[in-house]
Write a protein that binds this ligand. Structure first.
Ligand SMILES: C[S@@+](CC[C@H](N)C(=O)[O-])C[C@H]1O[C@@H](n2cnc3c(N)ncnc32)[C@H](O)[C@@H]1O
Length: 186
């Protein structure tokens, strides 16, 4: 998925700014920086951000990455050419996901690439079954979203006046199911 999202951005990112929203351990942020981008990478989890910083420090390369702890929905970090949100919206229901994209969009000048958990009949069944078990036994729940519904909600939120949808790609390998989309400024 990381390769897919990065392949939707220019090969040479020199002179571009990019925000990695929900960066986890920072792998994508570092790859984008290796392609020339000036990167800000943010995550809610201080533990993951510390891991990312440590991994980055050990690389000992002259790259421009700033790792920050925080909530991407609330931070005003200025303007960026690109935003990437890989698997960071998968726990949001469609309304929250769209709201998050809307908040991010205000800061993005060119393109946003992101993923969500695709709603397939099998996943919908697994999701419904999961609700029957106590929450303490499970990882944070994933919110499957149908691509068509997401498209309608983006439209209803008025986002499509300024943005157009582009490539779309689903990866379904073993337990990993994620759907990537891109939105480009008109
Ligand atoms: C499944 S992990 C993916 C991490 C990374 N993007 C990757 O693909 O390896 C989702 C990450 O999104 C982060 N996240 C979710 N909502 C967030 C928010 N509102 N602000 C910042 N980070 C967020 C979580 O803390 C978590 O580290």
């Amino acid at each position: 998925m990381r390769e897919t999202l990065l392949s939707w951005l220019p090969e040479d990112l020199t002179g571009s700014t990019l925000i990695d929203a929900g960066c986890g351990t920072g792998v994508l942020a570092i790859e984008a920086a290796q392609r020339g981008a000036e990167v800000v990478a943010v995550d809610l989890s201080p533990t993951l951000v510390n891991l990312a910083r440590e991994r980055f420090r050990q690389l000992d390369q002259d790259l421009d990455v700033t790792f920050l702890v925080g909530d991407m929905r609330e931070m005003d970090l200025g303007s960026f050419d690109y935003a990437v949100a890989m698997d960071s919206l998968i726990h949001y229901d469609v309304a929250d996901g769209v709201q998050t994209l809307q908040a991010m969009a205000e800061q993005i000048q060119r393109k946003m690439v992101f993923t969500f958990a695709p709603k397939t009949p099998l996943l919908a069944l697994m999701h419904a079954t999961g609700r029957l078990f106590p929450r303490g036994d499970r990882a944070p729940s994933i919110e499957p979203v149908s691509p068509a519904r997401l498209g309608r909600q983006l439209e209803d939120a008025g986002m499509m006046q300024a943005w157009k949808t582009g490539q779309s790609h689903r990866i379904d390998v073993g337990f990993y199911k994620s759907h990537a989309m891109e939105l480009t400024r008109r």
